[in-house]
Design a protein around this ligand. Structure first.
Ligand code: PEP
Ligand code: MN
Length: 337
């Protein structure tokens, strides 16, 4: 439920309600808008049975939240969330670009990529250390050594690190090296893992499940937020449909839908979303035009020799073209790159 306060509500009115709700054992989230304040209430609403909140000074009305996600929803928090990590911002006017190889393969590969990305103004270096592959015979990643090489390259050139965690053990390893945890499509409904990252305050890129609805995806975000970690970046990465020409069907309609129903930032992964490097730039343009806050893109110094996802990876030259193209789109829609 949310309590919508009157524009004339005083600071004391808000303080009284906050204190009362907390005394009853309920969670409170206060959003201070330019015109009025909205108080989100979390917990069992039966605790309020004997409390006529609507009669309290300053209260305009009570609005029930009907969606299964509450903390992730815009009803609960009308203003868009901007996540700040060191000198970077995700969800603000400037677009966020996360780029790098599918998997960390060697020091040379990750170092070369990190230097290139830094020279192009990218702020986030991505790279997988644990690779949850469809086949057990495919390259599974360098594990902790992968996190270490990634962090070393990022530190050397001044980038922030995004990498996937797949288990409690990998969280313990990654915490030392990683600025943003990635939860992969295959783990979107690994509720134990969601709870565990929820207990850290480390920002999380939460990828949409291979066959998940938007409601299931936001409910996964709710699991993380319910543990106290509100730093979530949603990532649309394509869903399974009957189409086989592309690896997945990139559901760009998710972008404006998420923007309407959630306050969380959303980025798009056109690499896994299409599986083909030639489609990455056109779908990136479309993603930014649709209102995405940024992109996560696979870039490899030599995609033909990549140990995973080479066919969908850009090389340095084609990544330069992508940046040129999205800069044009950003200008048209009032974003910056
Ligand atoms: C990845 O980012 O390399 C990855 C495995 O992505 P997804 O979980 O979206 O398949
Ligand atoms: Mn990949």
């Amino acid at each position: 439920m949310v309590i919508v306060m009157k524009p004339s509500a005083t600071k004391d009115d808000i303080k009284n309600i906050d204190a009362l709700l907390k005394k009853l054992g309920l969670g409170v989230h206060i959003s201070t808008g330019s015109e009025r304040t909205i108080i989100g209430v979390i917990g069992d609403k039966r605790l309020l049975a004997d409390t006529p909140l609507e009669l309290m000074p300053g209260v305009d009305r009570l609005v029930p939240i009907v969606e299964p996600f509450k903390l992730a929803g815009r009803t609960f928090k009308p203003e868009s969330t901007v996540i700040r990590i060191k000198d970077a911002e995700i969800g603000g006017k400037k677009l966020t670009i996360m780029a790098g190889p599918c998997a960390v393969e060697s020091q040379e590969q990750i170092m070369q990529t990190a230097k290139f990305l830094k020279s192009r103004g990218v702020q986030f270096l991505r790279g997988g250390a644990y690779k949850p592959r469809t086949s057990p015979y495919s390259f599974q990643g360098l594990e902790e050594e992968g996190y270490r090489l990634l962090a070393e390259a990022a530190k050397d050139v001044g980038l922030l690190v995004v990498s996937e965690i797949v288990s409690i053990k990998s969280i313990e390893q990654a915490i030392e090296y990683v600025d943003i945890f990635q939860i992969g499509a295959r783990n979107m409904q690994n509720f134990q893992l969601l709870r565990e990252v929820g207990r850290t305050k480390i920002p999380v890129v939460l990828k949409r499940g291979l066959a998940s609805t938007i409601e299931e995806w936001l409910s996964a975000a709710e699991y993380i937020m319910n543990e106290g970690n509100y730093n979530i970046i949603l990532c649309e990465r394509g869903i399974r449909t009957f189409e086989t020409y592309t690896r997945n069907t990139l559901d760009l309609s998710a972008v404006p839908i998420i923007k309407e129903i959630s306050h969380l930032p959303i980025i798009v992964d056109p690499s896994h979303g299409t599986g083909k490097w030639k489609l990455v730039t056109p779908m990136s343009r479309a993603a930014i035009a649709a209102g995405a806050d940024g992109l996560i893109v696979e870039v490899h110094p030599d995609p033909t020799s990549a140990l995973s996802d080479g066919p969908q990876s850009l090389n340095f030259e084609t990544f330069d073209t992508l940046l040129d193209e999205i800069a044009k789109v950003a200008g048209v829609i009032g974003r910056e790159w």
